[in-house]
Design a protein around this ligand. Structure first.
Ligand SMILES: Cc1cc2nc3c(=O)[nH]c(=O)nc-3n(C[C@H](O)[C@H](O)[C@H](O)COP(=O)(O)O)c2cc1C
Length: 233
């Protein structure tokens, strides 16, 4: 299985919690035999969709613009067996960089075809990758991913085979939390293996990934402490 992971965090790889969760997941996927590569959207020039429908009408299947999306990312997406779309939660949904990328996948849709029975969009191309959605949120409630999950399910239909959402993200690398965090990381490795071997994540693994690190009132207090000590940039 060839996996292409796209990480839309603007942060460097040592700081990004999307990266931590993503790479831990990919460790499990590789353990199960997959070949995985990560591309960082911050390194690519992706223009906004023009809304011209040129990719449906003038040049079906191809955007009328030229940039890294048309030159690199579009084909890399189609070549993969599985794509991991990894975005931090910004304002209760995917961040803008990921949204710009997603809007530029418009040429992959064919409006003349019937939509799949299972929902999602009608594909233009015969082979489309399956997708795993992955995200992290600073807040300590799983409901923070509700809007993102609805968006991915509506856009991807049956192509979406798993969703990995980890709240309380900034605490994943706090040394005092490592005992509590380790089972989360172990479960992320398991999730990578399960997706490759069986195409889905077991409910017990999901429960371990999403487990609370501490009760909400304690998380709220710790979050205030975290921000009062955050280093200036
Ligand atoms: C502009 C901005 C908006 C954010 N909005 C939310 C939000 O709505 N809910 C939330 O739980 N966290 C929010 N966060 C926190 C991030 O999700 C969190 O810091 C996460 O770890 C960022 O991912 P990264 O470390 O991979 O960049 C926001 C952060 C930024 C910078």
């Amino acid at each position: 299985m060839r996996i292409l992971a796209l990480n839309s965090s603007p942060r460097d790889n040592e700081t990004s919690k999307t990266e931590l969760v993503l790479q831990t997941f990919l460790t499990g996927a590789r353990r199960a035999g997959a070949v995985a590569e990560t591309l960082y959207l911050r390194n690519y020039k992706i223009k906004h969709c023009l809304g011209c429908y040129g990719c449906w009408l003038q040049t079906p299947g191809k955007c009328v613009q030229q940039d890294d999306m048309t030159d690199v990312l579009f084909n890399r997406y189609l070549e993969a067996d599985l794509v991991v779309l990894a975005s931090p939660i910004y304002h209760a949904t995917m961040n803008a960089r990921m949204k710009i990328f997603v809007e530029r996948t418009m040429p992959m849709m064919d409006p003349l075809k019937e939509p799949p029975e299972a929902g999602g969009v009608p594909h233009r191309f015969e082979k489309m990758p399956k997708v795993v959605a992955l995200s992290v949120a600073g807040y300590w409630e799983q409901t923070m991913f509700d809007a993102l999950s609805l968006t991915w399910r509506m856009c991807l239909g049956n192509d979406l085979i798993a969703e990995i959402y980890r709240h309380s993200s900034e605490f994943l690398s706090v040394p005092e939390f490592q005992v509590t965090v380790q089972p989360v990381l172990d479960a992320l490795v398991d999730a990578g293996e399960e997706v490759v071997r069986q195409g889905k994540i077991n409910p017990a693994t999901m429960a371990a990934i999403t487990q609370d690190l501490a009760p909400a009132d304690i998380m709220a207090r710790l979050a205030r402490e975290f921000w009062s000590q955050a280093p200036e940039v």
